[in-house]
Design a protein around this ligand. Structure first.
Ligand SMILES: *Cc1c(COP(=O)(O)O)cnc(C)c1O
Ligand SMILES: [Zn+2]
Length: 409
């Protein structure tokens, strides 16, 4: 991999070589970050501009990804999700320009497919046949789907509270699934012990530095969908472990460092008020975070002990970003708003970014003439119970006009 320098520790700064099975820093246990030779990538960009590449999936950005060019490619179509101009929604929210990046349109219906497709490629490079992970739900279902397509087996640990839709996906994709009685923290711990014991390929958030590299393709796409110019002022994303926001920042940073874009959008970090350890630390201007309880219905971001706090906090700091916490009611209202103004069906964590934008505009945190992208990270069909909670029940009638007509008075 000529364009990859190595994996640098976010804690002690040591750089190790980027092998397929590289996980945390061997010296201090810190989370690693893949580093690139930006001059080399620039030379590739000059030889063959991105615009000439036909592949519409995340793999069109191969030159920015830590994979061997000769290696295998996943079989599912990951990435290439639409960016919609949401005029009705922007009028409702009172902002000039709002765009929705609908990543619920990935093969297993969440942004996590970008990371899991990467995990499958790296597991194949490492010659592993089983991949394991613990997850609030979507990392697991995306891993199970992408692994199934590649003929690899999966062993999955999810908290027992995971919504049925996500568990159904796991079962359908033929994963070995363990529902853990406990928090996400407990789930993570038992999976780590099992991975150690059995030697499976590790797709745990943050621990595996390649996952964020897959996730960053969402920003590469957003930038390209804007033609690499007139970029949005803000990009809003919901935050749990912090890998997604770290990836969002890394994508823009890689483009900036290779001279493809001339500035990095400010990142709006959205968490649930009932579980916001990262935003609490960021707002206090510190890298020291404290664990919190997981009190939110947005299961994908109910992460009391975040796995990637440093990259998340740096993404907020280095993008001159802002933080917004939203209540469950605000999340449910945003789900309804997204659906009814834009035809986009988001799961709670997928709508949280939009709830954050609404609140940030109302409280004057962001300017009304801003250009904003809201990333919808997961599809609403994954969590139908909360969708019904957000939208309310339909009207029941007998098949009789006498029963129907009164409802139109
Ligand atoms: C995982 C996930 C997030 C948050 O990503 P982190 O890397 O945990 O911060 C947000 N929304 C959805 C739908 C997710 O699945
Ligand atoms: Zn280290």
């Amino acid at each position: 991999m000529k364009h990859v320098i190595g994996a640098k520790c976010t804690l002690c700064g040591k750089t190790v070589s980027a092998e397929p099975e590289t996980t945390v820093c061997p010296s201090c246990g810190g989370i690693l970050d893949i580093e690139y030779d930006y001059d080399y990538i620039k030379s590739v960009n000059e030889k063959e501009p991105l615009s000439e590449i036909k592949d519409r999936t995340m793999w069109r950005y191969m030159r920015y990804l830590p994979v061997q060019s000769t290696g295998s490619r996943p079989r599912l179509r990951v990435g290439g999700s639409p960016l919609y101009r949401a005029d009705a929604l922007s009028r409702t929210l009172g902002v000039k320009e709002l765009f929705i990046k609908d990543d619920g349109q990935n093969p297993t219906a969440s942004l996590k497919d970008r990371a899991s497709a990467m995990a499958v490629v790296k597991a194949e490079e490492a010659g592993k046949e089983t991949i394991a992970c613990s997850s609030t739900g979507n990392a697991a279902s995306s891993l199970a789907g992408n692994a199934a397509a590649a003929g690899l087996s999966t062993c999955i640990f999810v908290p027992a509270r995971a919504p049925k839709g996500k568990v159904a996906q796991l079962m359908m994709f033929g994963a070995r699934v363990f529902l853990v009685d406990g928090s996400y923290e407990d789930t993570f711990r038992i999976s780590a012990e099992a991975i150690d014991h059995f030697g499976w390929y590790n797709r745990n958030a943050a621990i595996n530095p390649y996952l964020m590299e897959g996730k960053k393709t969402v920003s590469l796409e957003i930038a390209e969908q804007f033609g690499f110019k007139d970029l949005p002022d803000y990009v809003a994303v919901s935050v749990g472990d912090g890998c997604t926001i770290g990836g969002v920042f890394k994508g823009f940073k890689d483009l900036y460092e290779t001279g493809v874009i001339d500035r990095i959008p400010r990142i709006i970090s959205v968490q649930a008020s009932g579980c916001c350890p990262i935003n609490t630390a960021a707002a206090a201007g510190t890298m020291e975070w404290t664990p919190q309880e997981e009190n939110t219905l947005a299961d994908s971001i109910a992460v009391g002990v975040p796995r990637n706090p440093i990259k998340a906090l740096r993404a907020i700091r280095d993008s001159n970003g802002i933080t917004v916490n939203v209540s469950d009611d605000e999340i449910l209202a945003a789900m309804r708003l997204l659906g009814s103004t834009s035809g986009v069906f988001a799961e709670p964590a997928g709508a949280a970014a939009t709830a954050g934008i609404k609140k940030a505009v109302e409280t004057g945190l962001i300017e009304k003439d801003a250009r904003i992208v809201s990333i919808v990270t997961g599809n609403g069909l994954k969590d139908v119970n909360n969708a019904i909670r957000a939208s309310g029940e339909p009207i029941h009638i007998r098949p009789d006009m006498d029963d129907l007509l009164p409802h139109f008075n």
